[in-house]
Ligand binder design. Structure first.
Ligand code: 13P
Length: 249
């Protein structure tokens, strides 16, 4: 049985003071919640406040990116080692915004995933197609190539520790959510790729999250699909009440 994971990706939003205010409102709303994992991935600058606020709670804290290696002359970068030392649990890797605006590719996704695992972080590895790719019927080819390049080269031991997030780029921040059927089709395809590469037991155990305009009023329909194991939530994770409603779906 896969434990659902509901994770908030704050992107480039919220100051440390905003972060404290969020947790003050959010934690009481999920304090009694069981049977699922919840996470918040704030900007680096907010991690310390988030970790202190969430300490002893059922909410894990994640980063939105990491640099490979332990430490070094890498101006502006933060390593998995550094994240681990402060108690970060998850790290988002290969988000479409990183691919689109920062030139990340499959090779980078793979090396960052390995770097995260090396320091005991749980990578949330993102895949997803552009609108033009969906419209031209190449969704599965794109997802397949992202899986083959960024995920398939992992060892079975490494793979067993990752979470995959399917985020159709056309649904991110657009208010245009994939229908539960569209999302489920993509998840089933990805799980099939996992089965072919890592075997049936791995496919059964792997959590595949959906991301793209997840809101309190559409989360239940998505989560009703057996292949959808959680959500990676942008905009709706910024508000304590709305993200709590998603976590408590
Ligand atoms: P929205 O929920 O704002 O569409 O963002 C989705 C996303 O990119 C989460 O990583």
């Amino acid at each position: 049985m896969r434990t659902p994971l509901l994770a908030g990706n704050w992107k480039m939003y919220k100051t440390p003071a905003d972060t404290q205010a969020f947790f003050d409102g959010f934690l009481p709303l999920v304090a009694g919640t069981t049977g699922r994992d919840a996470a918040i991935c704030p900007p680096y600058i907010d991690l310390a406040v988030a970790l202190a606020a969430a300490k002893g709670s059922n909410v894990g804290i994640g980063a939105q990116n990491l640099a490979t290696g332990k430490e070094g002359a890498m101006t502006g970068e933060i390593s998995g080692y550094m994240l681990q030392t402060i108690g970060v649990k998850y790290v988002i890797i290969g988000h479409s915004e990183r691919r689109q605006f920062f030139g990340e590719n499959e090779a980078g996704v793979l090396s960052k995933t390995i770097a995260a695992l090396e320091y005991g972080l749980i990578p949330i590895v993102c895949v997803g197609e552009l609108l033009a790719e969906r419209e031209s019927g190449s969704t599965e080819a794109v997802l397949g190539a992202q899986f083959d390049g960024g995920i398939a080269p992992l060892t079975p031991e490494q793979f067993a520790k990752i979470v995959i997030a399917y985020e159709p780029v056309w649904a991110i921040g657009t208010g245009k959510v994939a229908s539960p059927e569209q999302a489920a089709d993509a998840h089933t395809f990805i799980r099939g790729k996992v089965a072919a590469k890592f075997g049936a037991a791995a496919a059964e155990a792997t959590r595949i999250l959906y991301g793209g305009s997840v809101k309190p009023d559409n989360v239940a329909g998505l989560m009703a699909k057996p292949d959808i194991d959680g959500a990676l939530v942008g905009g709706a994770s910024l508000d304590p009440k709305s993200f709590a409603a998603i976590v408590n779906f």
